[in-house]
Design a binder for this molecule. Structure first.
Ligand code: SF4
Length: 617
C-alpha cells in the first residue's frame, strides 16, 4: 500500500436507512467501519444509522410497527420515489396497516411529509462533496429509502461515488447500472474485503472512473466474462475487529433522557449456515424456503474466546446487556463453550438467538444459565411429512420437545409456523391439526404464510414444488418507478397452487387463533405458571393439567414404574428403547400405559416414539 500522503480518498461515509429495527445499531455498517479503520488508519469514516433519527422523529412505537412489515415499510419512501403512483401506494399503506389503532391516527401523507423532511435535513446537514465514497447497506425494508436518498444525492452531487451492498442487491447483475444509473458499484456477498479494495483503488487513482476490476464488486465497467457472482470473503472471522457502534450510541445520546432506551447490541458468532453447509453436495441444500444465505459462500465460525471477549467488551463499552446474535443458526460445538464462558463473566446478560430444533436440553440449559432469554427456533411445521418437503432435517416430535424445553426453562420461544407451502397437501394439514392438540400447553407459534425468496431452493427448483412461473412480487411494480421494478428483488411471486393452499390451511389458521386465546387466558397472571406441569414425589408423580374455559384443573397421579416411564420419556424415546429400559414389565402393560398417556394428551406419540409433555414445576 502507498504511504499516507499519496492517498486522495480520506473520507468515506456509510449509511443505513430506514426501516431497520431502531432499537439496535446496524451490524453491517458497524462491522465495515471497524474493518476499514483497521486497514486504513488515516481514513475518516462517518457511519450514519440514520433510521434511528427517523424513529425519533415519528415516534418509536409508530416506527416499530412500520418496520415490522416489509410492504408497509416500503410504502413511505415509495411515495417520494414515485409521486405519480401516490394513490395506489396510499392504498397499499392502509391495506398493510390493517386495523391497528396506531395507524388509524396517522395520515399517510403527513407521515410521508415528516419522513421526507427529516431525510432532506439529513442530506443538507452533510458536506457530501468531501467523501470519495458513500456506501449504503440495503437489507430487508431498506430498498425504497436507499433508492430515494441515492437519487437525491446524485442530483446534488453527481461526482459522488455510490456503492450498495446487502441482501437486497445480492442477486444484482450489470443490468442494475442501466436501470439505476445513480449506482456506481455493487458489492456482492460480504463487504469487508471488496470494500477495502474499492477504497484502496479510489485512494490511489487520479481517475476515479477507471477502477480496475475487483473481486466481489460489480460496476458499469465489469466485463461479461468477469465472474460476477464470485464472492470475496474473509477466510476466517477471527481476524475481524469488534464492530464499531459509536455513531449509533452518540446519536442516541443527543435525544435527551425522555427518548433514550437501552439498545440491543448485535454480535455474530458465524456467517452462513452449518446445516446448509453440511448438505452442500445435495441437490436441495438447506431448508427449501430459505434464502438467508445469499450473501455467504460456505460456513465460517469465530473461535469461542473471540466471541466471549467481544460480547464482554461490547457490553462494557456501550453499557447495555441485551445482545442479539445475528447468526442464521448458532453453531453447536462453539456455542456450548461460548455460553459456558459467558456465564463465568457474571453479567446479567439478555441474549436472543436463532437456533435449530435439534438443540439439546443440555445446550439450551447452558444458554439459559448464561442469559438466553429469547430464541427463534427453526420449527416451521408441526407435520413431519411437511418438514420433509421443507428439507428441514427435523421431525414434529423434535419440535414438540424443544417447545417443551423452552417452556421448562422459561425461555421465550418466538418461532414460526409456515402455512401454504407450495406442494403441501391434505395429509400435511391433517397431521398439523392433530399435533396442534398436543402443543396447546406451550407458547403459540407465529403463523407465517409462505413467501418465495429469491435464490431459495424452491426458487431454484420450481417444478419440484409445482411452481409454473416465477416473477417479482407484484407490489414492487406498484411501489417502484417502472424501470427499476424489472430488477429481480428478494421477494418473488409464483404461479402454482396458491388458491388451493389458502383454502387448505384455513382450519389451521383458526386452530392457531384458538391456541393463542387459550394460552393467553391460562397465562393471565403475572407469574409464569406452566399449563401442563408435574411435581415429583420421588416414588410418585403428580401431573397438573390446567384446562381452558374455567374448567376444573385436572391432576393425575403416577406411581412407581408409571412415574419412571414418564420421566424416562422427558426426552423422546422409541418404543424399542422404552421396552428395553423396563425389561421387568410386560410389553402390553407398557404399551397400554403409553396409550392412556397419549389419549389424555400428557404424552405425544409419533412413529412409535414417545415424549412426555409436562414440565417440572
Ligand atoms: S432456515 Fe436456518 S437452518 Fe435452514 S437453511 Fe436457512 S439458515 Fe439454515
Amino acid at each position: 500500500m502507498k504511504s499516507k500522503q499519496t492517498y486522495t480518498c480520506k473520507d468515506v461515509i456509510l449509511v443505513s436507512m430506514p426501516w431497520s429495527l431502531f432499537s439496535r445499531p446496524s451490524i453491517q455498517i458497524g462491522a465495515l467501519k471497524a474493518y476499514l479503520k483497521l486497514q486504513f488508519p488515516y481514513l475518516n469514516i462517518a457511519a450514519h444509522h440514520f433510521y434511528l433519527k427517523v424513529a425519533e422523529t415519528i415516534g418509536y412505537k409508530l416506527y416499530h410497527s412500520i418496520s415490522e412489515s416489509t410492504w408497509l415499510a416500503e410504502t413511505i419512501y415509495a411515495a417520494m420515489l414515485s409521486p405519480e403512483k401516490l394513490k395506489t401506494i396510499e392504498k397499499i399503506f392502509y391495506r398493510e396497516a390493517g386495523v391497528k389503532p396506531l395507524f388509524r391516527k396517522s395520515s399517510f401523507k403527513e407521515l410521508v411529509s415528516k419522513v421526507r423532511k427529516v431525510t432532506d435535513v439529513f442530506i443538507e446537514s452533510i458536506n457530501w462533496n468531501k467523501f470519495c465514497l458513500a456506501g449504503f447497506s440495503v437489507c430487508q425494508c431498506q430498498l425504497t429509502s436507499s433508492l430515494y436518498i441515492i437519487k437525491q444525492l446524485k442530483i446534488k452531487y453527481p461526482d459522488l461515488k455510490i456503492v450498495l451492498g446487502g441482501s437486497t442487491f445480492a442477486g444484482a447483475s450489470k443490468e442494475v447500472f442501466k436501470l439505476i444509473p445513480e449506482i456506481d458499484f455493487v458489492v456482492k456477498g460480504e463487504g469487508e474485503l471488496p470494500l477495502s479494495q474499492l477504497v484502496h483503488h479510489l485512494g490511489i487513482s487520479n481517475k476515479r472512473n477507471k477502477i480496475p476490476s475487483i473481486k466481489g464488486v460489480i460496476s458499469r465497467e465489469s466485463k461479461e466474462n468477469d465472474n460476477l457472482d464470485i464472492f470475496y470473503q474473509m477466510e476466517t472471522l477471527d481476524s475481524l475487529p469488534m464492530p464499531d457502534y459509536d455513531d449509533y450510541f452518540n446519536l442516541l445520546q443527543t435525544f435527551g433522557s425522555k427518548k433514550t432506551f437501552f439498545p440491543t447490541i448485535l454480535s455474530e458468532i458465524s456467517r452462513g449456515c452449518w446445516w446448509r453447509y453440511a448438505q452442500r453436495s445435495k441437490k436441495i441444500k438447506g431448508c427449501a424456503f430459505c434464502n438467508l444465505n445469499l450473501q455467504w459462500d460456505g460456513y465460517r465460525s469465530k473461535g469461542h474466546s473471540k466471541v466471549v471477549s467481544e460480547v464482554d467488551n461490547l457490553t462494557s463499552k456501550y453499557k447495555s446487556l441485551s445482545i442479539a446474535f445475528t447468526d442464521n443458526a448458532l453453531p453447536v460445538k462453539e456455542s456450548k463453550k461460548v455460553f459456558t464462558q459467558l456465564k463465568e463473566l457474571k453479567k446479567d446478560f439478555r441474549f436472543f438467538s436463532e437456533i435449530r430444533a435439534t438443540t439439546t436440553m443440555e445446550n439450551l440449559k447452558i444458554m439459559r444459565d448464561a442469559g438466553m432469554s429469547e430464541v427463534q427456533i427453526g420449527i416451521e411445521s408441526l407435520s413431519t411429512r411437511l418438514l420433509n418437503k421443507l428439507n428441514k432435517g427435523t421431525t414434529a416430535i423434535q419440535n414438540l420437545e424443544i417447545m417443551k424445553n423452552c417452556e421448562q426453562l422459561e425461555i421465550v420461544n418466538n418461532s414460526n409456523l409456515i402455512l401454504q407451502f407450495p406442494g403441501s397437501d391434505k395429509d400435511d394439514v391433517e397431521e398439523t391439526l392433530r399435533n396442534l392438540e398436543f402443543v396447546a400447553p406451550f407458547r403459540p407459534l407465529r403463523q407465517v404464510n409462505f413467501w418465495l425468496g429469491l435464490g431459495s431452493p424452491v426458487w431454484q427448483n420450481p417444478q419440484q414444488f409445482g411452481i409454473k412461473a416465477l416473477y417479482n412480487h407484484p407490489l414492487y411494480a406498484d411501489l417502484l418507478p417502472q424501470n427499476i421494478s424489472s430488477i429481480r428483488f428478494l421477494i418473488q411471486a409464483y404461479r402454482g397452487d396458491l388458491g388451493y393452499q389458502k383454502k387448505l390451511w384455513k382450519p389451521v389458521k383458526q386452530r392457531i387463533k384458538k391456541w393463542k386465546m387459550e394460552y393467553e387466558s391460562l397465562q393471565n397472571n403475572s407469574f409464569f405458571e406452566p399449563i401442563l406441569s408435574f411435581l415429583d414425589g420421588r416414588d410418585f408423580l403428580i401431573i397438573i393439567q390446567k384446562q381452558f374455559n374455567n374448567k376444573k384443573t385436572l391432576t393425575h397421579r403416577l406411581k412407581g414404574k408409571s412415574r419412571e416411564i414418564y420421566l424416562f420419556c422427558r426426552h423422546h424415546r422409541s418404543i424399542k428403547k422404552i421396552l428395553e429400559h423396563f425389561p421387568e414389565l410386560p410389553n402390553d402393560k407398557i404399551i397400554s400405559f403409553l396409550r392412556i398417556m397419549v389419549d389424555k394428551k400428557l404424552m405425544f406419540e409419533e412413529n412409535k416414539k414417545y415424549l412426555s409433555l409436562a414440565v417440572q414445576k
